[in-house]
Unconditional design. Structure first.
Lengths: 279, 296
């Protein structure tokens, strides 16, 4: 019934829109993938066609000549540790704030932390770079600490109201059964806030993994500590003539996130939507 | 006995609650708040970022900024950038969301394909499009015989800014689209059906049924995108670095260049503080809007 009433013109227009959108999204990615399997010569002759054979020389050169594995493991290390720490600190802090909101101290730290919503990243970047230079912390440890400190505002914003909305009765009965606050937090609250934890995990992983500005300011001194985005940016100048090689590098930089996306796209879309609707 | 227990519990729970707050609050204070204060302080000095000593000069940096044509150029570019980004992203994502939502086949699959750009980092996207502008777009332009498309769009002052905004939009459309779809799915089908029986046109149906339902999501998306526009850095930095002839020098780029290339560290901090004022006014409006929505 409904299908028949939908105008044919609208359906055609809609399909054209969706299709051209898809082409616009997939075309650059397609070109990156096919050209990373070509030699420079072959790409020069035919940029748009599929490669005549699967040629892995670019990949082999990338893996052996550049420090790709070093950059990959740097990115992995920084992302995993930062996100791990964020997931330890944000929910517990939010729990403390949410359950003591009638007390002045907790209410004021809540608003104190929310102040960060008003501050654009550019304001902090310059002084923080000077500060980290002074502290001799222009390294991974410094970067991880900064990610943790900078993630609190949004984390609190997402978590506190969510925890406030949870029924208090379950915690009360846990208290009566003899659980202390810490046990209640681990056994009762953490399982209840799982959806929010997933959201925070996805949002912060994407942010930290893809972040360019902070690594540019903090890690640009020595190659050994670069992350993948920094490597790619610097790769631009180094391989400006050898662009199929550059495509290989872009492909290998996207690959980890795209693989994860293929495995859990449903949860990733859901988590990111939940996070930004709240944020 | 019974009176004792809750009391003892209360003391230890208070300690636990308090313990949960110590480390994060200290980190935030030291690295975040302290940095902001430092930044404001630097903006009133004449520090170049390197020298051992510097003096406080009052509002001198601000006054010279307001007289500086490059600063105003950058403010104008940022505003233009944000407006173009908002118009592009909101119109495209809304159209896309309505189209995708009415799709009969492969709906979930198509949706997930459109979301792929949100997974890729800004620098990677910028570098890929840099190649596209250099190698693909001119080919299309030549084939179609369009003059301005026949050379790299990033090379000429007029087309560079729209080209950068386009790449930013390419990534930024993904999330608003999904948020719009979530809003659209709340509209009951019966409303459309009865409207159709009453003979409402497509436009009228959009205006009187779709729009009221998705208005809250429009607000969310607007806020999201405007903030992205004001603070954009990755895309212009990796695509053009601010050029050609400062035509894409948004405020983020100006601050970075002044601080680390032109040795005008204190001026850069003053620029950042002015950006802070703009973003703060905007965020307050956002907070008001969202809290109003929460009360409804």
């Amino acid at each position: 019934m409904k299908l028949k009433r939908e105008g044919l013109g609208w359906r055609i227009l809609r399909n054209i829109l969706v299709l051209s959108g898809l082409i616009l999204i997939l075309c650059p990615l397609y070109l990156v993938v096919i050209n990373s399997f070509k030699t420079l010569e072959e790409a020069g002759k035919n940029f748009f066609a599929l490669p005549s054979s699967l040629n892995f020389t670019n990949f082999i050169e990338l893996f052996s000549n550049s420090n790709y594995w070093v950059f990959l493991s740097n990115s992995l290390k920084i992302t995993c540790i930062s996100v791990g720490l964020i997931l330890i600190f944000v929910p517990s802090l939010s729990y403390a704030i949410a359950r003591n909101f009638n007390k002045k101290y907790y209410r004021s730290i809540y608003y104190y932390l929310l102040m960060g919503l008003f501050i654009p990243s550019q304001v902090i970047m310059l002084p923080v770079t000077k500060m980290m230079t002074g502290l001799n912390m222009l390294n991974h440890t410094g970067l991880i600490i900064l990610y943790l400190a900078f993630s609190l505002t949004q984390g609190i914003f997402l978590f506190v109201n969510y925890i406030k909305g949870l029924p208090y009765e379950i915690e009360e009965s846990a208290h009566i059964d003899g659980c202390n606050v810490f046990q209640t937090y681990v056994k009762i609250i953490l399982p209840l806030v799982k959806p929010m934890i997933a959201t925070l995990l996805i949002m912060d992983t994407l942010w930290i993994w893809n972040d360019f500005m902070l690594p540019l300011l903090m890690l640009n001194r020595s190659q050994d500590i670069w992350t993948l985005p920094l490597f790619q940016y610097n790769f631009k100048t180094e391989y400006s003539f050898n662009y199929t090689m550059a495509f290989t590098a872009y492909l290998m930089a996207m690959a980890p996130m795209l693989i994860i996306y293929c495995m859990g796209q449903k949860y990733i879309i859901k988590g990111l939507t939940a996070g930004s609707v709240k944020g | 006995m019974k009176k004792f227990k809750p009391n003892r519990l209360a003391t230890s729970s208070r300690a636990t609650y308090f313990g949960f707050t110590i480390i994060p609050v200290l980190l935030y204070t030291f690295f975040y708040v302290f940095s902001v204060i430092n930044g404001i302080r630097y903006s009133f000095t004449n520090w170049d970022g390197m020298a051992q000593n510097y003096d406080f000069v009052g509002f001198k940096n601000y006054i010279s900024l307001l007289k500086n044509p490059y600063f105003w150029n950058s403010m104008k570019t940022t505003l233009l950038y944000s407006v173009m980004l908002v118009v592009c992203v909101i119109s495209i994502s809304l159209t896309l969301a309505i189209s995708l939502n009415s799709l009969k086949w492969f709906k979930t699959f198509t949706k997930s394909l459109f979301f792929v750009p949100a997974m890729i980092g800004g620098v990677t996207i910028a570098l890929i499009w840099d190649q596209m502008y250099y190698r693909v777009v001119p080919v299309i332009g030549q084939a179609l015989g369009i003059d301005w498309l026949s050379q790299s769009l990033l090379m000429t002052g007029k087309t560079a800014l729209p080209a950068v905004v386009f790449v930013h939009a390419w990534q930024a459309v993904a999330l608003p689209t999904i948020i719009f779809i979530a809003g659209l799915q709340q509209i009951p089908d019966e409303q459309y059906e009865s409207a159709q029986i009453d003979g409402a046109t497509l436009f009228k149906r959009f205006r009187y049924i779709t729009l009221p339902y998705i208005l809250p999501t429009v607000t969310i998306n607007l806020v999201l995108i405007i903030k992205q526009g004001f603070t954009s850095f990755d895309f212009p930095y990796a695509l053009t670095g601010g050029g050609p002839v400062r035509s894409t020098e948004v405020i983020g780029i100006l601050i970075y260049n002044d601080a680390f290339k032109n040795l005008k560290f204190s001026t850069a901090n003053a620029e950042a503080c002015l950006l802070f004022v703009v973003v703060a006014i905007f965020s307050l409006t956002q907070l008001k809007l969202t809290s109003k929505r929460g009360n409804d």
